[in-house]
Write a protein that binds this ligand. Structure first.
Ligand SMILES: NC(=O)c1ccc[n+]([C@@H]2O[C@H](COP(=O)([O-])OP(=O)(O)OC[C@H]3O[C@@H](n4cnc5c(N)ncnc54)[C@H](OP(=O)(O)O)[C@@H]3O)[C@@H](O)[C@H]2O)c1
Length: 247
């Protein structure tokens, strides 16, 4: 299907692919990119959430279509890239998180975090970056975390996945900036989304409930994404860290 481009907005004429767009930061990002005039391609596994995103976007005249599937699947990643067309903005955002004491994390939890946050994320990024490099145009936005540089209790493995993605981000920038690509890492602290809702370990729940700050909102993160992708052609914000202020 051909993407119909909006006529107005700072991102008119651009195609933006957002992973993890069925919820949280990705959903808010997809809407904001559409409001700026980009033709957005949204993805996630939950069809009903993507349908409601599509409806919300339609209500303000935004241009958004979606393809639902599991990013952990090699076939789906390839299908998504061909569905998306000539992507100019790629927000590599999908991710999972399990906070638990290190010795209690299961193999399955560790594997899922590395499978989605690292391996699936690398794979889709390679596929998209290849096309961008061939067209000598594109902006990759990697959603990492403050955990890409600091480790807190209960987040050793999640933090390791984000450290890995910060390294990959630097490597992509080194190799592909000469092909006209911009690469921005956005590293938020705690954001108010459902990503922790499956974390039921009593120590973790207590630590989260007694923290001394309020979480960021998805819109705080969206402002950073929009700033990054709307800067002048000669400017690329390499790293934006977003820290909640202490209450
Ligand atoms: N919330 C925070 O405190 C925080 C802080 C720093 C960084 N981050 C990072 O920001 C990103 C978004 O997090 P969020 O807080 O917005 O989380 P969220 O609300 O839980 O959303 C996660 C998104 O990732 C998608 N996803 C997960 N597994 C997937 C899979 N196997 N295949 C396809 N899509 C998958 C989910 O879609 P489906 O469930 O529909 O598949 C969903 O759209 C993550 O990379 C996270 O690590 C979050």
């Amino acid at each position: 299907m051909k993407v119909v481009e909006n006529g107005a907005g700072r991102l008119a004429g651009k195609i933006a692919l957002v992973t993890g767009a069925s919820a949280g930061i990705g959903r808010a990002t997809a809407l904001a990119l559409a409001r700026e005039g980009a033709a957005v391609v949204a993805t996630g596994r939950r069809v009903s959430e993507l349908e409601s995103l599509e409806q919300e976007c339609k209500a303000f005249g935004g241009n958004l279509r979606f393809l639902a599937g599991d990013l952990g699947s090699r076939d789906f990643a390839a299908q998504l890239v061909s569905f998306s067309g000539d992507v100019t903005i790629f927000v590599n955002n999908a991710g999972v998180l399990t906070y638990a004491p290190f010795v209690e994390l299961t193999d399955e939890q560790n594997e899922e975090m590395f499978h989605i946050n690292v391996l699936a994320s690398i794979r889709i990024c390679q596929l998209v970056a290849k096309g961008m490099a061939a067209r000598e145009r594109g902006h990759i936005v990697m959603m990492t975390s403050l955990s890409a540089r600091n480790i807190n209790r209960f987040s050793a493995v999640y933090g390791a996945t984000k450290h890995a993605m910060a390294a990959i981000t630097k490597g992509i920038r080194l190799e592909l900036s000469s092909s006209g690509l911009k690469v921005t890492e956005i590293a938020p602290g705690m954001v108010d989304t459902d990503i922790r809702k499956g974390n039921t370990n009593a120590e973790v729940v207590k630590a989260v409930a007694t923290r001394a700050y309020a979480p960021l909102s998805p819109d705080d993160v969206v402002q950073a994404v929009i700033y990054a992708v709307c800067t002048s052609p000669n400017c690329c914000p390499d790293l934006i860290e977003l820290r909640p202020t202490f209450a």
